[in-house]
Design a protein around this ligand. Structure first.
Ligand code: G3P
Ligand code: CA
Length: 269
């Protein structure tokens, strides 16, 4: 290199399709990860919860009525908690029509079905354990499914999987059960508390509305659970100006419903 050459720019942040490419297909369905794949998006985010009969499913809200036709199918079961329905019941629900007629018949995926599709699309996964306080033991159960499907082996666990939660206890449990898995804490902890989170996390993942360049730098100045600088993946950024803004702050990842918009805004052509 000569002094006339510019220094290497820092790499563009990773673009993560939030609940899949959820601006274009119903969130947390196989159609949503396929929509991300069609846009050549490698990373998808999801939310894991548990049914009444102990099966893991991919759904964001702790109730089923926003993203399925549960109110029509089971009108007397309000408030339609995920935890109050068996997998067989949940599989009767249409998780696509609310989004658009072309997605009619889309189902709430099991974790196994979801992981198979992520694998067949050759994608990587930022998995959120949602509301773990409702589902004791969900971390171990999730890791068991991932192990059985080969996601804790070699390249996958090193490069293609991150498990995150808004619950520090849940992140800690995941880290202690399987220290090789990369983990993220969702939230905006005080800078003084970062070393505490860094004991069991590799990432701190805050809302983009809560960050500035100094905060991003303060996070990245701390070493995470695997000895590398803590990363920052921020959410949920759905427009180009905000994507450029957080990229300029130096974030490592951007979680977005519109991954094509974000990728085009932050990656060099
Ligand atoms: O991955 C970050 C983001 O998913 C956190 O918020 O409510 O969409 O799960 P939420
Ligand atoms: Ca989430």
């Amino acid at each position: 290199a000569t002094s006339a050459q510019a220094a290497d720019p820092s790499p563009a942040p990773v673009t993560v399709a939030h609940r899949g490419a959820s601006a274009y297909a119903p969130e947390n369905t196989l159609a949503a990860i396929d929509a991300a794949a069609e846009l050549d998006i490698d990373w998808v985010e999801n939310d894991v919860q548990r049914t009444k009969d102990g099966k893991l499913v991919i759904v964001h809200d702790t109730t089923l009525n926003r993203t399925t036709d549960v109110e029509q199918v089971f009108p007397h079961r309000a408030p339609w908690n995920v935890a109050d329905f068996t997998l067989k019941e949940i599989k009767r629900l249409d998780a696509g029509s609310w989004f658009g007629p072309k997605f009619a018949g889309e189902r709430v995926p099991t974790l196994e079905q979801y992981m198979n599709q992520v694998s067949s699309n050759r994608q990587s996964l930022l998995m959120e354990i949602k509301a773990p306080e409702l589902y004791p033991g969900i971390e171990r159960q999730t890791l068991d499914v991932l192990r059985r499907q080969g996601w804790l082996d070699g390249h996958h666990v090193k490069r293609r999987l991150i498990i995150q939660s808004f619950s520090a206890d849940s992140v800690k449990i995941t880290h202690e059960l399987r220290p090789e898995v990369k983990t993220g804490f969702l939230g905006t902890p005080a800078v003084a508390d970062l070393p505490k989170y860094a004991k069991f996390s590799d990432q701190i993942n805050p809302s983009y509305k809560t960050v500035n360049a100094d905060y991003v730098a303060a996070i990245q100045a701390v070493r995470g659970a695997h000895g590398r600088p803590l990363e920052v993946y921020t959410w949920t950024v759905n427009d180009a100006p905000n994507a450029v803004k957080v990229a300029d702050m130096g974030v490592d990842g951007i979680i977005t419903n519109t991954p094509d918009v974000v990728r085009d805004a932050v990656e060099p052509a």
